[in-house]
Design a protein around this ligand. Sequence first.
Ligand code: PFF
Length: 458
Amino acid sequence: MTHSGRDNWGSRIGFVLAAAGSAVGLGNLWKFPYLTWDNNGGAFVLVYLLAVVIIGLPLMMSEILVGRSTQLSPVPAFTKLGGRRWSGVGWLGVASGAVIQSYYMVIAGWSLRSFVQCLGWSIKGYVTPADGDFDAFLSNGSLQIGLTLLFTLFTAIIVYRGIGGGIEKATKVLMPALLAILLYLVFTTFTMEGRNEALAKIFIPDFSKLPREGFLEAVGQAFFSLSLGLGAMIAYGSYLGKKESIFKSALWVVVLDTIVALLCCIAMFTIIYSVPGLQNRISGSTIGMLFITLPDLFYTKMPGGILLGPLFFVLVAFAALSSTISLGEVTTSLLIDQKGWRRSHATLATTSVVFIGSILAALSLGASGILSSFSLFEGKEGVLSTLDHLAANWMLPTGGFLITLFVGWKLGRKFCMDELGLEKPNLAFTVWLWIVRVVAPAAVLILLINVIMGKDFS
Ligand code: PFF
């Protein structure tokens, strides 16, 4: 595909919102709060924030740079710049995208159930769900598959139609709406008594409470939440105009994504510490925290909650959709760019393959004994948790490690300076380059080696 034949984002803000749409998703709303809870708070958050600054931002710039300079999707982009040997990095990204997409669709489906549930409560009145209600929902195999299928179809339709005007237009409205509701949510929770306990839990680090795997999970979460390590930002960056600043675009995405994750975590922890009995309801399945904690707030404490409840879960679904679209685009554009397939055929093929993975993930939440007890990693039971751990904590960091080496050493100083629009290297550029060349890959490598060797960090 050539430069002249491709769409561009209408403006930097268009790119920023679409890229932020990819970044902001279930990772922020669902995964960050529950991982923070599981890893005992503060220290996990601090490692996460360090990973965002030291690895996330420089890597985001690197991916956008590769995409924009080639105007190609990941596999052909690496092939063009680095020859066939480097195309493997693109393939790893595509595999990561397919793995994430397969289980992400299942969680995204939960937002549809919460929407319908909230709508029912808004019309008929709120009934506090029984303990174990969410677990019963998880074990309902046909419902899990049905919701997943619905979400898969929504995604496929948009990917099939191409990302151009659609995504850009939708995210321009939806992202600010999501942010506004989130702010209102945090504002409301700030009047609740659990606020101080929540803030202390999130912001006061205690490294003795961070499990060893927690380091890897924090770094993995930074990759996952920022959509890094698999080439999604290469694909989106390939549509960015040559005049836009890569640094500013990347910074915006990183800041927005991090703010949303923290706000959501603050809101959920405050509710948990304020509502009696809620801890019991989430204790069995922290994985469903988002879907358990917030309805309580909407229907018992929040002015206007009756309206905001259903609306919030619509926005969660949209946040998830803007992420699944970017994942779908990575896998689908491969078949289009690399194999010359028509978009319709490519979408159908990738959607079908991914859906098989989704079925396995959907049945691994209790419906099927074998799939639910399947385990490759200690403490991660079931296909869904295993795929999530594999992709976020191993595949994405490995992809990110290779991408930073590629940009730092293979493309090198001159290439990067040209693409960043610099005539002479300045201090900021030099710092960035050495982070990309040494600091970021070394941090990821040391972490992976330590976890593999089972070294105890605490
Ligand atoms: N960043 C998304 C989230 O936080 O929900 C998940 C994701 C989307 C990961 C796209 C990777 C990706 F390419």
